[in-house]
Design a binder for this molecule. Structure first.
Ligand code: EPZ
Length: 433
């Protein structure tokens, strides 16, 4: 099984190119099947979740052609099966966007209950509520979410929570519904806006994405387009915090600095320098880090997907920090692993109380999910000695070339498969124990 072998101690220094946003690409792929014309999508990240989604689509008759490492051609003109239940779709969250897309286009869809990272209860009641308001009958049977409608009709939907997934799914279906749909208390994340922009470039009529009220006037038909996915703000934020944790100097390139404001604000608060340019952000961590308080919130608040990364930094900061996780109730599972590396963190419910320590020490640890996995790698890069990180398959689901990008910034990291390869890595790094 693939593992990262890491020797800590080198500050990360240099430039890193950020890939396209996975969480924008997944719903955009689904939405691309709503037209029978061809859609070209660029700036897609080369990561496992993307492969699984495209494979699931190809299995049911969508024509999917990779036109380059970061581009794909999609044609939904020959879909022969409206049941999506392959193994890959069970593992990823994004597969449920095919429910909205097929419900909009064919008024019928059956999609396996989606997986995704194990970070807490991942309810879908708001998706069901939204589809029902549009006139669909929704049932869950034999592990499938089944949707059927005689006629999809625009409606007024108030989401109990600003769910990213529910906002996008309902917006996708409503693009082809009859009349006006209003989604209130909608999620405002940049990928919600990206999906709306994509749909509009296919001829949809969506206004207000990025605010908490989205209005969708249904159109009869969508057409083909060419579209470029936005940069991944979570990948960017991960490298920005990696700079802080390793006392480095990293410039993240190909980003939209506005999407990174909450991350930038916290980095400034804990003592880093942050310099924004048009499409890049440089983080310099020349001074010791200081404690702060963080609460994860829907955008534009501090993202839950950055919670492990900031915790890893705060565990090395002077003083006591408090991190409150308000989105997913089970997102502190990595703390046990960080404790093995010397962190002093107590978790009480949705809150982590962190007493900063002077250093981490290398250990054998396991990535529990995507973002926590990446965060633990950054801890290992700052640690004294060697770390082995198991379960890197989680990290590869959402970060393109993670260890290669880190290596280019000066990290001592390698992908290994066996203990023998780990020993070899240690020898190469000039230490036998
Ligand atoms: C998306 O998940 C992302 N996944 C997650 O990223 C991200 O953490 C999350 O949004 C929040 O930003 C994808 O885009 C594929 P939500 P999603 O619906 O859509 C509750 C990563 O690491 N809720 O906004 O599943 C839910 O339980 C992943 O890339 C309901 O109660 O998140 C949670 O508490 C991990 N009912 C909150 O809302 C619903 O019907 C936010 O969930 C839906 C959600």
């Amino acid at each position: 099984m693939e593992q990262y072998a890491i020797k800590g101690g080198n500050p990360l220094v240099g430039d890193v190119e950020i890939a396209g946003a996975k969480n924008a690409a997944l719903p955009i792929f689904a939405a691309a099947t709503m037209t029978d014309e061809t859609v070209y999508i660029d700036n897609i990240p080369d990561v496992r979740d993307i492969d699984m989604m495209l494979d699931a689509m190809a299995n049911i008759g969508v024509t999917v052609k990779r036109t380059g490492r970061h581009s794909v051609m999609i044609n939904g003109g020959n879909i022969h099966n409206l049941t999506v239940d392959d193994e890959g779709s069970k593992k990823i969250r994004g597969s449920y966007y095919l429910l909205g897309a097929f419900l909009g286009k064919y008024k019928h869809a059956e999609v396996v209950l989606p997986g995704g990272c194990d970070i807490g209860c991942r309810a879908i009641d708001q998706h069901l509520k939204g589809f029902r308001a549009l006139g669909a009958e929704m049932v869950i049977e034999h592990g499938l979410i089944k949707a059927r409608a005689e006629h999809l009709k625009g409606s007024h939907i108030y989401l109990d929570k600003p769910s990213v997934g529910a906002t996008i799914n309902v917006m996708i279906a409503a693009a082809l519904a009859d009349g006006m749909t209003t989604i209130e208390n909608s999620a405002k994340e940049p990928h919600v806006v990206d999906v709306a922009n994509f749909l509009n470039s296919c001829g949809a009529n969506i206004r207000g994405a990025g605010t908490d009220v989205i209005r969708i006037r249904g159109v009869a038909k969508l057409h083909g387009t060419e579209y470029t996915i936005i940069p991944d703000q979570i990948e960017a934020g991960t490298f920005m915090f990696a700079a802080a944790v390793t006392k480095g100097d990293v410039t993240v390139k190909n980003v939209i600095p506005k999407h990174l404001e909450s991350v930038t604000a916290k980095l400034l608060e804990i003592g880093c320098e942050v310099k924004e340019e048009d499409d890049s952000v440089r983080v310099v961590a020349a001074k010791p880090l200081v404690h702060c308080q963080v609460r994860t919130l829907p955008y534009p608040g501090f993202p839950t997907d950055m919670q492990p990364q900031i915790t890893v930094a705060l565990a090395l900061a002077k003083g006591t920090s408090i991190v409150t996780e308000s989105i997913f109730e089970n997102r502190f599972k990595y703390v046990d692993e960080l404790t093995r590396m010397g962190a002093e963190i107590k978790v009480e419910g949705d809150t982590a109380i962190i007493d900063g320590v002077a250093r981490y020490t290398g250990a054998s640890i396991t990535a529990p999910d995507l973002r926590a996995g990446a965060a633990l790698v950054t801890a290992a890069l700052a640690a004294e000695g060697f770390t082995i990180v198991e379960n890197v398959k989680y990290i590869e689901r959402g970060y393109e070339d993670f260890h290669i990008k880190l290596k280019n910034l000066g990290a001592q990291i390698e992908l290994v498969n066996t203990d023998k390869e780990f020993q070899k890595f240690k020898l190469k790094m000039g230490q036998t124990a």
